[in-house]
Design a protein around this ligand. Structure first.
Ligand SMILES: [Zn+2]
Length: 420
């Protein structure tokens, strides 16, 4: 079954067909570790979790790289305010981030490289750029300087660099002359941010280099799928494409997926405005399946306006669906659920995900099914044993990262979900 989704490089629904015969290469921009993850981050990572689960259910192996930005001005400034070394803060917040997404049932990436461990690789990238004439000095810093618009020539589908990534409405516009990118490759020390020795003196590399260096080193370019939150389209992913075009004559990725923001009172949730619900806070209020239900219950192309009422409604719907299925899974042979009906449900859920990443529709399908059971209106087929019923429900669990099957005794909660 092919997966399709709204592909944001071309701004249209496209089929995703990564090359066969090797793992699928997925690269997702990870967190800057200076504070707790919020539910907006969680929604983005949840969708990539579902993409990965779907591909694995289809028999593909997925190599999933998520970078950790562990040096940056925001980290240093917060660490200074707390009176602790920035490295201490970064490690603490990184551990919290992975604990929080684990609680939500998001499976850990296969690789989680830290920026601070890739500085020598970033220096090598800058040297390649310099040798090919893509770097220029400016006021003590080294800037990227495109000699010509390689992407336009190589990728006629993307008529110009400005169209390589369609910006989010309201975001700053990409440069229109195709030359004025000028983003930082290497900058002089900016205490309290850490610095490293380099051929251009002590300093630190620009952020946009980080993902290029890691993806190039760990996966090779182009990767199969790249993305993150919608705010990364420009300038971050735009510049990654520039680097890949300049150095490798390819785009950074074959496909891009960007998730729209989670908003509250119409405004984007962000750390800088303080207008946010942390993931840990949301998980203290509801179980992981209910939060997954809420965050995945809006189409992946739409913003999610966070509301207490919406969250409570999702909690109730998730709880009802779980309770109905739990009551119907038999303790032994000869239960009350139809295996044929469950198989149809499982196939429907997979089809919904394959069709434009319709997790919201898959959840609606489960709700219709469980409401049918509750009203005893589901078709009558021979009833399945606990093992047969659990096998079908377990397949749905693995796709959605939820827990509808009855785990064997001793395997509960996040552990059972991860194993699924
Ligand atoms: Zn990135």
């Amino acid at each position: 079954m092919f997966l399709s989704f709204h592909e944001t490089l071309h701004d249209s629904v496209r089929r995703f067909h990564p090359p066969a015969g090797r793992p699928v290469h997925l690269y997702v921009c990870g967190p800057t570790v200076y504070d707790r993850a919020h539910v907006g981050h969680a929604r983005t990572y949840l969708y990539f979790d579902v993409v990965r689960r779907f591909l694995e259910a289809e028999g593909r192996t997925v190599r999933y790289v998520m970078n950790i930005t562990d040096f940056e001005d925001k980290i240093s400034i917060r660490a200074a305010a707390l009176g602790i070394p920035s490295r201490t803060l970064a490690r603490r917040e990184e551990a919290r981030f992975f604990r929080d997404i684990d609680r939500l049932g998001i499976r850990p990436p296969t690789d989680r490289p830290r920026a601070s461990e890739y500085v020598p690789e970033m220096v090598r990238v800058i040297r390649r750029l310099e040798r090919q004439g893509f770097a220029e000095k400016s006021e003590g810093a080294l800037l990227y300087s495109p000699r010509r618009n390689l992407c336009t020539r190589n990728f006629p589908l993307a008529h110009s660099l400005e169209q390589l990534i369609v910006p989010e409405p309201g975001a700053p516009s990409p440069p229109t002359d195709g030359t004025a990118s000028g983003f930082v490759l290497w900058r002089p020390p900016t205490p309290p941010c850490p610095s490293w020795p380099s051929p251009w003196g002590r300093g630190s590399p620009g952020w946009h280099l980080e993902c290029y260096a890691m993806a190039h080193h760990l996966l090779g370019l182009p990767v199969d799928l790249h993305g993150g939150g919608a705010d990364l389209k420009f300038p971050h992913h735009y510049t990654e494409n520039e680097l890949a075009c300049s150095l490798d004559q390819v785009l950074f990725s074959r496909s891009f997926l960007h998730l729209p923001f989670v908003t509250q009172n119409g405004e984007k949730m962000s750390k800088s405005t303080g207008n946010l619900i942390s993931l840990a806070e949301a998980l203290d209020h509801a179980d992981a399946d209910a939060l997954r239900w809420y965050l995945l219950g809006t189409p992946s192309t739409d913003r999610l306006e966070w509301s207490t009422q919406g969250f409570d409604d999702a909690i109730r719907r998730s709880r009802d669906a779980h309770a109905t299925l739990a009551a119907a899974v038999p303790d032994g042979a000869g239960g009350s659920l139809s295996v044929a009906g469950l198989r149809t449900l499982r196939r429907g859920v997979a089809h919904d995900i394959a069709d434009r990443l319709g997790v919201d529709r898959a959840l609606g399908r489960i709700e219709t099914y469980t409401t049918g059971i509750a009203r005893r209106s589901n078709p009558r087929y021979p009833r399945g044993s606990r093992r047969e019923v659990n096998a079908e429900l377990g397949a749905i669990d693995r796709l959605l990262g939820m827990r509808f099957s009855k785990p064997a005794s001793g395997a509960t909660g996040a552990r059972a979900r991860r194993a699924g």
